[in-house]
Design a protein around this ligand. Structure first.
Ligand code: C2E
Ligand code: MG
Ligand code: MG
Length: 539
C-alpha cells in the first residue's frame, strides 16, 4: 500500500502531537516536585503546542489542495519538534530524578554512620530536639538517653585487626537496633553508641539496662574468633537530668564515665559527678603525658622464703619520676588509670619493661620469680594473651618464671573472658597470684572459678599491730595449703611480723623490713648483699 503525501503529513503531525501530549505528565510531576515558575511556563508552551498541532491537523484535513514542499517541510519540522520536546522533557526528568536521589543519599549519609548504618551524632541531636519540642507541649512525655561504651574495644583494634573491629561494630549495632522498646539507636563514633527509650522510671531503666547489657555481651563469632564484649552505660533522663539536647548528651557522657570508673553496668546521672570528674580528668591528662614522655619507671620489691629468707622473686611496681626528680608511687597512678582505658596501656608498658629488665638478669644466670601486677580490666581484655605471648617471644624466658598478680580493686564484670584468658595463660605455664586476698571485691568463690598458684594476703591484715587478724591469716593460709599453693604475707615491717607470719605458716614474705622497692639498677647489688646476709641468717 502506497501512502498519499497528505496522509504522510497527517501522520507526521499526529505523531508530533502525541510526543507533545506525552510530555505533559512528566512536566506536571516535575512541577509538583519542584514548584517553580519555569515548569508553569513549559506547561503553557506545551498546551500552546498541542493547540497549534491540533489546528494544523484540522487545517490539513480541511485542505483539498495538493501539498507544497514547504508545507511538507513544515510538518516534518513539527514532527521533529514534538520528538525533541518529548526527549528533552524525559531526559530532564531522568536527570532531576538522579539529582534528587543523590541529594537524598547525601542527606542520609550526613545523618548516618557509614559503617553500621545507624543514625549518627547529628541525627541523634536532631531527634532529641524533636522529642524535646514534643515534650514541651506534652509534659508527660519523658524519656532517657543511654550512652554505651564497649570495654577494651581499642585493644581489639590494635592487637587484632580493624576488619574484625568493624565487623564487631556492625554486629553490635544490629543487636542494638533490634532491642525492643527503644525510640532510636545511634553510633556516636568509635565504640560509643546511644539509645533513647521512652521512659524515665528508675525500675524500668534498671531492667532495660540489664537486659540490654546481657544481650550485647552474648558471644559473637567473627572470623572464627569468639568475642564477648561487655559495655558500660551512662543514663541521663529528661527532664530530671537536663532540658536541652546538648546537655542531655553531655550528662549521659558524665554518667558513662562514672560507670566505667566504678565498673558498674550503668550509672544514672547525678550532678555530684562533675567536681569529682574534673579532678580525675586533670590527673588522667597528666598520666597520658607521663606515659608519652617516658616518665614511668619500674621498681622491684623482693619476696623471700619464710623458712630461710632466700630470694623467691621480685614484684614489679610502677613509679612516676616527675621532671623535678620527685618519685610518685602507684597511688598517684593506678587508681586514676584503672578507671580508664589508660590502665591497659600502663600495664602493658610495665610488663614490657619488667620483662626486658628480667631478661637481662636471667641471661646473667639469676633465677627468681618475676611478679607483675595486673588489673582485672587487663585480663578481661581478650587481646591480652596474644600481647603477652608476643612479649615472651621478644624476651625469651621460661613462662614459669612469670607470676601475674591479679588485684581485684575493680569488680569482675566479664568473668567468662577473665577465666578464658587465665586458663590460656596457665596452660602456657605462667603463674597466677591472687593479690590482696581477703579485701576488695575478692570472694572465696573466685578460688573455685579461676586457676591460681599463689595467694597474697592483704597487707592490711599484717600491718595491723593487734592480733585480731591472726585467725583470718591462719584461715587464708589453711585455704592456700588446701589448694596446694604457697601463701604470701606482704607488708612485713618488723622482725616480729616476719616471725609471726612464719609461725602462722606463711610460705613467702615481703615487706619494708627486708627491703624497700628499688630501681632495676640497684637490684643486683641488693641480691648479692642479701645472699651474704642470708647465709649468716641460716647459719
Ligand atoms: P600490691 O601489689 O599489693 O603491692 C604492694 C604495695 O605495698 C606496694 O605499694 C609496696 O610498696 C607496698 N609495700 C610493700 N611492703 C610494704 C610494707 O612493709 N609496708 C608498707 N606500708 N607498704 C608495703 P605500691 O608500690 O604503692 O603499690 C600499691 C598498689 O598499686 C600495689 O599493691 C598494686 O596493687 C598496685 N600497683 C603497683 N604497680 C602496679 C602496676 O604496675 N600495675 C598494676 N595494675 N598495679 C600496680
Ligand atoms: Mg601486688
Ligand atoms: Mg598486695
Amino acid at each position: 500500500m502506497v501512502l498519499s503525501p497528505k496522509l504522510i503529513n497527517l501522520l507526521l503531525i499526529a505523531i508530533g502531537l502525541i510526543f507533545v501530549v506525552l510530555s505533559v505528565r512528566p512536566t506536571i510531576s516535575m512541577r509538583k516536585a519542584n514548584p517553580t515558575g519555569q515548569w508553569l511556563l513549559l506547561l503553557t508552551l506545551l498546551i500552546c503546542f498541542i493547540a497549534g498541532y491540533s489546528v494544523q491537523i484540522l487545517f490539513l484535513l480541511a485542505n483539498q489542495q495538493p501539498l507544497s514542499s514547504n508545507e511538507t517541510m513544515l510538518n516534518t519540522i513539527l514532527f521533529l519538534g514534538g520528538l525533541f520536546v518529548f526527549a528533552m522533557v524525559h531526559f530532564t526528568r531522568q536527570s532531576l530524578a538522579k539529582l534528587q536521589h543523590a541529594k537524598a543519599q547525601a542527606k542520609y549519609d550526613a545523618a548516618h554512620d557509614s559503617l553500621t548504618k545507624l543514625p549518627n551524632r547529628y541525627h541523634l541531636s536532631d531527634y532529641l530536639q524533636q522529642l524535646l519540642t514534643k515534650a514541651e507541649r506534652q509534659p508527660e512525655r519523658d524519656f532517657s538517653l543511654l550512652l554505651l561504651d564497649f570495654k577494651n574495644f581499642k585493644q581489639i583494634n590494635i592487637n587484632l585487626n580493624h576488619d574484625i573491629g568493624d565487623q564487631l561494630l556492625i554486629a553490635l549495632a544490629q543487636r542494638l537496633s533490634q532491642q525492643p522498646y527503644h525510640d532510636c539507636s545511634a553510633r556516636l563514633g568509635g565504640d560509643k553508641f546511644a539509645v533513647i527509650v521512652p521512659f524515665c522510671d528508675h525500675d524500668k531503666l534498671d531492667k532495660y539496662a540489664n537486659t540490654l547489657s546481657q544481650r550485647l555481651s552474648q558471644s559473637l563469632c567473627i572470623q572464627g574468633l569468639d568475642f564477648s564484649l561487655s559495655c558500660a552505660m551512662g543514663i541521663a533522663c529528661y527532664p530530671s537530668s537536663a532540658d536541652t539536647a546538648e546537655i542531655l548528651i553531655r550528662h549521659a557522657d558524665v554518667a558513662l564515665y562514672q560507670a566505667k570508673r566504678s565498673g558498674k553496668r550503668y550509672t544514672l546521672y547525678s550532678p555530684d559527678f562533675h567536681t569529682q570528674q574534673l579532678a580525675n580528668f586533670n590527673q588522667y591528662a597528666k598520666l597520658v603525658q607521663a606515659l608519652a614522655a617516658n616518665q614511668f619507671e619500674v621498681y622491684y620489691h623482693p619476696l623471700l622464703y619464710s623458712h630461710d629468707q632466700s630470694l623467691y622473686g621480685v614484684e614489679a611496681l610502677i613509679r612516676w619520676r616527675l621532671p623535678n626528680g620527685k618519685l610518685l608511687t602507684s597511688d598517684d597512678i593506678i587508681p586514676f588509670a584503672e578507671q580508664t582505658s589508660l590502665m591497659s596501656d600502663i600495664s602493658r608498658w610495665v610488663l614490657e619493661q619488667a620483662l626486658c629488665d628480667y631478661h637481662g638478669w636471667y641471661q646473667q644466670g639469676y633465677r627468681f620469680q618475676l611478679q607483675i601486677n595486673l588489673s582485672v580490666r587487663d585480663l578481661e581484655d581478650a587481646s591480652f594473651y596474644p600481647f603477652l605471648t608476643a612479649q615472651l617471644r621478644r624476651y625469651p624466658i621460661p613462662a614459669q618464671q612469670l607470676v601475674l598478680e591479679i588485684t581485684e580493686s575493680a569488680p569482675i564484670t566479664d568473668l567468662a573472658t577473665l577465666q578464658q584468658q587465665l586458663n590460656h595463660l596457665h596452660q602456657l605455664g605462667v603463674k597466677i597470684s591472687i593479690d590482696d586476698f581477703g579485701t576488695g571485691y575478692s570472694s572465696l568463690t573466685l578460688l573455685a572459678q579461676i586457676p591460681f598458684d599463689q595467694i597474697k594476703i592483704d597487707q592490711a591484715f599484717i600491718t595491723d599491730k593487734t592480733a585480731r587478724y591472726h585467725p583470718l591469716i591462719q584461715t587464708i593460709r589453711f585455704i592456700g595449703h588446701q589448694y596446694q599453693v604457697p601463701v604470701i604475707a606482704e607488708g612485713i615491717e618488723s622482725q616480729e611480723d616476719a616471725e609471726n607470719m612464719r609461725i602462722m605458716g606463711c610460705d613467702i614474705l615481703q615487706g619494708y623490713w627486708f627491703a624497700r622497692p628499688m630501681a632495676a639498677a640497684s637490684l643486683e647489688g641488693w641480691i648479692k648483699r642479701h645472699a651474704l646476709l642470708q647465709q649468716s641468717y641460716v647459719r
